[in-house]
Design a protein around this ligand. Structure first.
Ligand SMILES: Cc1cc2nc3c(=O)[nH]c(=O)nc-3n(C[C@H](O)[C@H](O)[C@H](O)COP(=O)(O)OP(=O)(O)OC[C@H]3O[C@@H](n4cnc5c(N)ncnc54)[C@H](O)[C@@H]3O)c2cc1C
Length: 816
């Protein structure tokens, strides 16, 4: 018996070794077009980033060692170029382009997938790479060592793109990620990806979502990456990670059936449409066990398992069936672990499958034991019988084991009730007596039974706020650090005595930080006769990142400073630091502990607080500003946030906005370039002194905050007329004096550029980065037919009352 295998890495090498173990006497030829076989392609990004230091460690076997151990005729740099299924032959091309023919009894195709390289102008420029194999890795590594890479752009935010972003960051590069979708990590739902966005931004990575690359252009020794939004990024190097497609050319030319998902079609035994010809790995499509629909699954575990199954079928006849994969995957994104299995909500929606979901935040292990961190778990399940469809997890530690357990349950048809029944190995360093997946199971069962009706973050974002009451049941301290707009704050412990404050004539959407206090409040309200009460799934912890607006700061043309261990920095600059460990506590625990400890110490003393709550760092910063304490440093390492605060003289104010009444509001009524410039200069100056600044854009001022590339919107006749008459964006604004039909404006921009003064657009972005609030006047928008979609994403729309609210808290109000 003579077996030929095409492709010598995951599926191919596994199959070759297994065939030999099953049959000592057969002949096996392993064809590989590259120079290497059986290497760790999953480790390639980590070698590029220097995490894996020795190149040799990537190679599990050399062609020689593999050949000797398994008695396989390994032929590297031998590419299969044609298959004749009738005569059972393969035409093979050697590196010197010589061709020869081999006969087979059984043939296996494991040619993998190839990276998508779209037809973008300039895509072949030097410094632009894709990553699939060792040759690509060597090319990238060589470029990194021979060039000064200060700025890198990664196009595509799938798991390989994100792994590359992290590893380029480890080389000291400023990293920007460009992604066509509105989220990173396409297999997971937006609300879970939003946690990854938050983390990437915290790490200093710039995120350009819902933007695609239109062109690459060489600019001296750099590459200009031009985006669909009109922005452009300057990079020393670009990694394209837009996705892969199954390598089916050889198979389709040989007449093998290609399926509806564009992979090689195989039956349950992994045999193709031709007898004795099999296929495995990234190149095949196979029905999804939950949907029954064929799909492509580019993962190493299925490729390896299929290699083993197919080997048995090639040796013993078609006896072992492959059951299919549900897409269980995991990736490290800086300090986070992101994992998923089964079907996320977005896929269930696309397939029109009814489902419910639950989001829970729990500790990776007992919160009182050091270094506990948060795990966010999202479950999707059948709303009737609780059958689990999918799970996604994001956290620092312990995400993998939870997702693996749920994956096993999904593959065996398990339900959310099985999550509660699972028996866990428990001791404080490893888990809690109620494990995160048991908690997820309890919450999901409360949702199904109707005990805890839920709403989701997107319901609140899209619904009419006048039609429900938003009730924040967290403490007043948590509330003052940020809440959902228009919320009423009644802490859960005060709820029973303050029921009269809650309108009884409309639905109540209750929320807390993670969902538990919200659930308790919901039960209190229902017990006191309130009818429609919903708890926000995942609480404010899920809502906040999901609605956050991403703002990027322009990277400098120099290497980033890596955050090393916090400890040496502290030791160097400070002596006698008072330490406070709040790890394992969820909000508001850390911030309350910080406040209590600061109350106890003397002015000028320094407190170092460690926390594993991802929101703590930002909360502490805001808290310091409003209480008159000084934030000395704010660092993070492996999911642990360390904040150092020097106690200052106390302020009596309670909330950020009313603090000292020192807010500033500016009304921009004009569409003239010079007036708009003055507005942003003033706003930036005020914001730099830590004051709350709001700009209210009304009438002609709306033209200053229009997008350059606007989506198509429907307008009435007057809207269309205004559209023609008004400047289409800030780039078209004219001067108030000496406009000279627009030439004055151009001259002003030219002079500003020459004198190194920031442009209007740059000052506007700085204002946003400094936290200046942009409010567009609803009434002016209606009058002038301006739609929300035409304005910058960061703008909120409000009425006179909103402006008056801000003006009330300010001591300077300017009309420009
Ligand atoms: C950078 C990177 C990181 C990854 N990380 C992960 C991860 O963390 N987890 C995970 O589950 N998966 C990961 N993957 C995906 C995983 O590696 C693949 O799913 C798996 O290798 C697929 O196995 P395969 O045998 O189908 O293809 P491959 O392992 O890609 O092997 C195919 C081989 O076939 C050869 N070949 C193709 N055509 C011919 C021909 N005509 N003649 C001869 N040889 C040919 C190719 O040169 C290639 O070496 C990663 C992939 C990459 C590139």
């Amino acid at each position: 018996m003579k077996h030929i295998i095409i492709g010598g890495v995951a599926g191919g090498a596994t199959a070759a070794a297994r065939i030999r173990r099953a049959d000592e006497s057969c002949e096996i030829i392993l064809l590989e077009k590259g120079k290497y076989i059986s290497y760790a392609n999953c480790g390639l990004p980590y070698y590029i980033g220097g995490v894996i230091t020795e190149r040799e460690r990537l190679f599990l076997q050399t062609p020689q060692s593999f050949g000797r151990r398994f008695n396989v005729d390994v032929r590297v740099e031998n590419e299969a170029v044609a298959i004749d299924t009738a005569n059972k032959t393969v035409t093979i091309r050697k590196a010197n382009r010589e061709e020869y023919i081999e006969h087979f009894d059984k043939l296996l195709l494991s040619p993998g997938a190839s990276p998508i390289s779209p037809k973008i102008k300039g895509i072949d420029l030097e410094g632009i790479f894709t990553l699939r194999n060792v040759a690509d890795t060597d090319a990238i590594k060589n470029y990194l060592t021979t060039h000064d890479i200060n700025n890198a752009v990664v196009v595509g935010a799938g798991f390989i793109g994100l792994e590359m972003a992290e590893n380029l960051y480890h080389t000291g590069a400023n990293v920007s990620i460009v992604e066509k979708l509105d989220q990173v990590m396409p297999p997971i739902d937006f609300s879970m990806a939003a946690l990854v966005h938050e983390h990437l931004i915290q790490k200093g990575v710039s995120l350009y979502l819902e933007k695609s690359v239109e062109e690459f252009e060489k600019k001296d020794d750099k590459i200009e990456v031009k985006l669909s939004s009109g922005e452009s990024l300057i990079a020393d190097m670009v990694i394209l990670s837009i996705g892969v497609r199954p390598e089916t050319k050889l198979a389709s030319e040989a007449g093998l059936k290609i399926g509806t998902a564009q992979g090689i079609w195989v039956d349950d035994y992994l045999q193709t449409s031709v007898e004795n010809v099999y296929a495995v790995g990234d190149a095949i499509e196979f029905p999804h066990p939950l949907t029954g629909k064929p799909w492509l699954n580019y993962l190493a575990n299925p490729a390896n398992r299929q290699g083993r199954i197919v080997a048995d079928n090639m040796v013993f006849g078609n006896k072992t069936k492959y059951e299919g994969a549900i897409g269980t995957s995991i990736a490290k994104v800086f300090d986070l672990t992101v994992a998923s299995t089964g079907l996320p909500a977005k896929q269930l929606i696309a397939l029109d499958i009814p489902y419910k979901s639950s989001t829970t935040h729990s500790s990776s292990h007992a919160s009182y034991y050091p270094n506990a961190t948060n795990i966010t778990l999202k479950l999707t399940f059948d709303p009737q019988n609780g059958k689990i469809y999918g799970a996604q997890g994001v956290g620092i530690d312990g995400v993998d084991k939870r997702i693996d357990q749920i994956a096993l349950l999904i593959k065996t048809g398990g339900t959310i009730y099985d999550l509660i029944r699972l028996e866990h190995a428990y001791a404080p360093p490893y888990s809690s007596a109620k494990d995160p997946i048991a908690i997820a199971g309890y919450v999901a069962s409360n949702i199904i039974s109707g005990k805890m009706p839920v709403i989701y973050w997107e319901d609140i974002k899209t619904a009419d706020p006048d039609k429900f009451t938003l009730l924040d049941v967290r403490t007043t301290e948590e509330f003052s650090l940020g809440s959902i707009p228009k919320s009423l704050n009644i802490p859960v412990d005060d709820l029973r005595s303050r029921l009269a404050e809650i309108p009884a004539d409309k639905p109540i959407y209750v929320f807390c930080q993670v969902g538990l206090r919200g659930y308790l409040a919901q039960q209190i309200l229902v017990g006191n006769g309130f009818k429609e009460v919903y708890n926000l799934s995942g609480g404010y912890r899920s809502y906040k990142p999901a609605v956050a607006i991403i703002r990027n700061t322009k990277p400098e043309n120099k290497k980033i400073k890596q955050q090393n261990s916090v400890q040496p920095i502290m030791e160097k600059i400070l002596k006698n630091v008072i330490k406070l460990d709040t790890c394992g506590l969820q909000c508001p625990g850390p911030i309350l502990k910080l406040k209590n400890r600061i109350d106890e110490i003397q002015e000028g003393e320094v407190l170092e607080v460690t926390s594993t709550d991802p929101g703590f760092a930002r909360d502490a910063e805001a808290w310091c500003k409003m209480t008159g304490n000084t934030l000395i440093s704010n660092t993070d390492e492996n999911g642990k946030y360390t904040v150092v605060v020097e106690k200052g003289s106390p302020k009596s104010c309670k909330t950020l906005t009313s603090c000292d009444g020192k807010g500033k509001t500016l009304i921009l009524f004009s569409q003239e370039l010079d007036k708009a410039l003055a507005t942003f200069v003033l706003a930036n100056g005020a914001a730099a002194t830590g004051q709350k600044v709001t700009i209210f854009f009304t009438f002609w001022g709306l033209n200053v905050i229009k997008k350059v590339k606007k989506p198509q919107v429907k307008k009435d006749i007057f809207g269309k007329m205004f559209n023609i008459m008004l400047p289409s964006s800030s780039l078209k604004l004219k001067l108030s004096k000496f406009s000279m039909f627009g030439a004055g404006g151009k001259m002003m921009r030219y002079i500003m550029k020459n004198k190194g003064i920031d442009s209007l657009e740059s000052l506007r972005q700085q204002a946003l980065d400094n936290g200046v609030e942009f409010i567009a006047c609803q009434m002016s928008m209606d009058v002038m037919g301006v739609k929300r979609e035409e304005l910058m994403d960061e703008v909120t729309v409000g009425g006179v009352a909103t402006y008056m609210g801000r003006a009330d808290e300010a001591n300077v109000n300017l009309f420009i």
